[in-house]
Design a protein around this ligand. Structure first.
Ligand code: DOR
Length: 437
């Protein structure tokens, strides 16, 4: 970036430096040049004038009344490329990311071909370099073809740039394979991200097992299908000392198991997604395929437990599980429609409801969407420290808006939040030297 940006008078929150107060941020050549807090030498008018004379292209952004945060980090995104470009591409997905305030996303390997070898990893990185609006960090598959039978070439993929391993979309049913993956995670210092689902228990179910499924006559997956795998993986993490991260936590029982494991000092981290603390299985009524997601939407009790888990630190991260699908696929009968919610462009606003409802402080919220995912994935992101990439999002926590998927940059218009009126949104994202507003 050959121009200079001065963001003035914003409420800066940066957990990596313990910053929580009004100040200015100066960006130069795509890097954070300095962060000055109010009362600690905030630029005087004279200094500002000097900056203007030195930088013909100086842009000044008045962020009075707005939050200025490190660019958000999503550790669970489906970008669909290669193979499913009808659902999303690296270009459209990363544009959706910056629109949603994200400057780094980690993409899941359930593409076609599966990202289970370095050729696919390199393809994703090359495509991102050419077309990506934000940074993309690939996640490699644990097993070849995500079939759960044979370990993929984790070492080669790590060398090529994979930052974690996961068979997301599918569980690793074979416990020995999961044990080996966790052992390797120690060698490469990367997390193993587990999609927790016992396929025998979920038995082809398409929604949560409960009163709504009985009412609708749809096949069901019990909470236990998730929880037995959370329990298994915690046991394997204890056995191996490997780095376990539990993806998309949706049930009260999972929260309890993770809390207990953390109390016992087992190395486990966990994420949930906005849909698991915003809506329940009731959203599936009328056979709404846009509310079909895996794991499925649960009950009010689970929603409360998820919020509690976020509040007490059991759940470290809010991830999107951005899972775009083509409109025609979601128009199929409920049983046949694919699972997933397009989440990048609604995640921050839905999460801000937790702030408005007093569930989380802004600082906790920022940690769960920046520093915590960056740390778990080993990324030098989620910080505004001088010298780091100028990944910044400016947030108006008061601005009211309505969700309209037709306005998404994502190709995936599949959201159960269509028409929701929300308070708070990202108003500007700065990434890779570009400003999106
Ligand atoms: O709902 C989901 N959709 N859950 C997953 O685990 C995978 C994802 C997808 O890839 O569509």
């Amino acid at each position: 970036m050959d121009n200079t940006i001065l963001i003035k008078n914003g409420h800066i929150i940066d957990a990596s430096q313990g910053l929580d107060g009004v100040g200015d941020i100066l960006i130069k050549d795509g890097k954070i040049k300095s962060v000055k807090r109010e009362g600690s030498g905030v630029r005087s008018q004279e200094k500002e004038q000097k900056l203007k004379t030195q930088n013909a292209k100086l842009r000044i952004i008045d962020a009075t009344g707005l939050y200025v945060l490190p660019g958000l980090v999503d550790m669970h995104t489906h970008l669909r490329e290669p193979g499913f470009e009808g659902k999303e591409t690296i270009s459209s997905g990363t544009m959706a990311a910056v629109r949603g305030g994200f400057t780094s996303v980690c993409c899941m390997p359930n593409t076609d071909p599966v990202n289970d070898n370095e050729t696919v990893t390199e393809f994703i990185l090359r495509k991102t370099y050419a077309e990506g609006a934000c940074y993309v960090f690939p996640i490699g598959a644990i097993s070849k073809g995500q079939k759960g039978e044979e370990l993929a070439e984790m070492g080669m993929m790590y060398e090529a740039g994979c930052v974690a391993f996961s068979d997301d979309g599918h569980p690793v049913m074979n416990s020995l394979l999961m044990r080996r993956a966790l052992e390797y995670s120690k060698v490469f210092h990367v997390p193993i991200i587990s999609h927790c689902e016992d396929l025998n228990l979920s038995d082809g179910g398409v929604m949560n097992e409960g009163t709504v499924s009985t009412f609708l006559g749809l096949s069901r997956m019990p909470a236990a299908a998730e929880e037995v795998m959370v329990a298994r993986d915690i046991i394997l993490a204890e056995l191996t000392g490997g780095r376990l991260h539990i993806a998309h936590v949706s049930t009260e029982g999972s929260v309890r198991l993770i809390r207990q494991a953390k109390e016992r000092g087992i190395r486990v981290t966990a994420e949930t997604c906005p849909h698991y603390f915003s809506i329940t299985e009731e959203a599936v009524k009328e056979y709404n395929t846009n509310a079909k997601v895996n794991p499925p939407l649960r009950t009010e009790r689970d929603v409360e437990a998820i919020k509690e888990g976020l509040g007490d630190g059991t759940l470290d991260v809010i991830a999107t599980d951005h899972a775009p699908h083509h409109r025609d696929e979601k128009l199929r009968e409920f049983d046949k429609a694919p699972s997933g919610i397009s989440g990048l462009e609604t995640a921050l606003s839905l999460s801000l409801r937790l702030l408005h409802d007093g569930v989380l402080t802004m600082r906790q919220l920022v940690e769960k969407m920046t520093l915590n995912p960056a740390r778990i994935m080993g990324l030098r992101r989620g910080t505004l420290k001088a010298g780091s990439e100028a990944d910044v999002v400016i947030v108006d926590a008061k601005r009211e808006w309505k969700i309209d998927p037709e306005r998404f940059a994502s190709k995936g218009k599949n959201t159960p939040f269509h028409g929701w009126a929300l308070k708070g949104m990202p108003v500007m994202t700065i990434c890779k030297g570009k400003l999106y507003e």
